[in-house]
Design a protein around this ligand. Sequence first.
Ligand code: SF4
Ligand code: SF4
Length: 334
Amino acid sequence: MQKTITEQNLRALIDLLVKKGTRVVGPRRAGSITLYEPLASGGELILGELPRRSAKEAFFPLCENILSFEKTTEGVKVADVDPSQFPETVIVGARPCDAAAPGILDAVFSWDYKDKFYLERRRKTTIIGLACTSCDDACFCTSVGLSPADPRGSDLFLTPLEGGGYACEAVTEKGEKLLAEFPQLFTDAEAAKALPQAEPAGEKLDLARIKSWLDGNFENPLWAEISERCAGCGACAFVCPACHCFDIVDEGGETKGCRRKSWDACGFGKFTNHASGHNPRDAQPKRYRNRIMHKFKYYDDKFGKTLCTGCGRCIRACPVGIDIAAVLEEISKK
Ligand code: SF4
Ligand code: SF4
């Protein structure tokens, strides 16, 4: 027997979670756009739109304090932010390209240095994924091994059904727990028919072939060609569910302030600027090359994973029209 939930009960689930003090994050209207943001009620959930930025900020906020300091007559007081205080969180309505990203990022955040800020939020987060029934020209998840109906990374996975409502698949124990905690919201139903899943257009990319070209072409005129237009704005990294570079700076005054961790982007001119003034990536082609190499070679070499879920956000966001899928297609034909 299949578990199903109506849209009304999905919204009621959000209301109940909020009422018991859980932080619920989901697609929500933010001015003229949709973003994954904390929801105050089920009525705020936007279904059927891919948020402008990814869901990664539920684990890895755009900017956060990691400690604060104050100099008094008695000395300097330093107070670390305590990650054990982070709230239990449920992300509702994560698209497969967003739900899959934390499983890719876990590798780097738990590698040589264990990032307790990321890992504690990750441990406390349950992801309710949602299959896509529509997509646009920028989506290419099927080219990087995912699909619009891929439950990977979700704890509970929802598939829209013909006639309304969603089939619910508990993918992990966290998903089972959610089903068990709110049995009144889920119904046993005979297998209902799912709405047809979205079909991203475009050719499937040969990632092995791309990787093999990248292995031998650190120096190649193509890098200058494709990045000639790149404005170095960093938008591609900021909307990406898989980009994870950050900077740490002290802010405040001489006697009081805080240490902050903020997103950074390899497209920025000063990203690799050394204190000496030397910059090993002193031109945009070197920076754009790093973006592609990191996602499709270095991360694969180190962790056996591709650092891209094919969400297409960087294509939609790029002010000069650089299309990563087209770049990869060009490389795959070399
Ligand atoms: S590189 Fe572009 S398409 Fe790939 S996950 Fe990041 S934003 Fe999405
Ligand atoms: S969004 Fe486009 S212009 Fe901006 S850094 Fe990325 S590739 Fe360059």
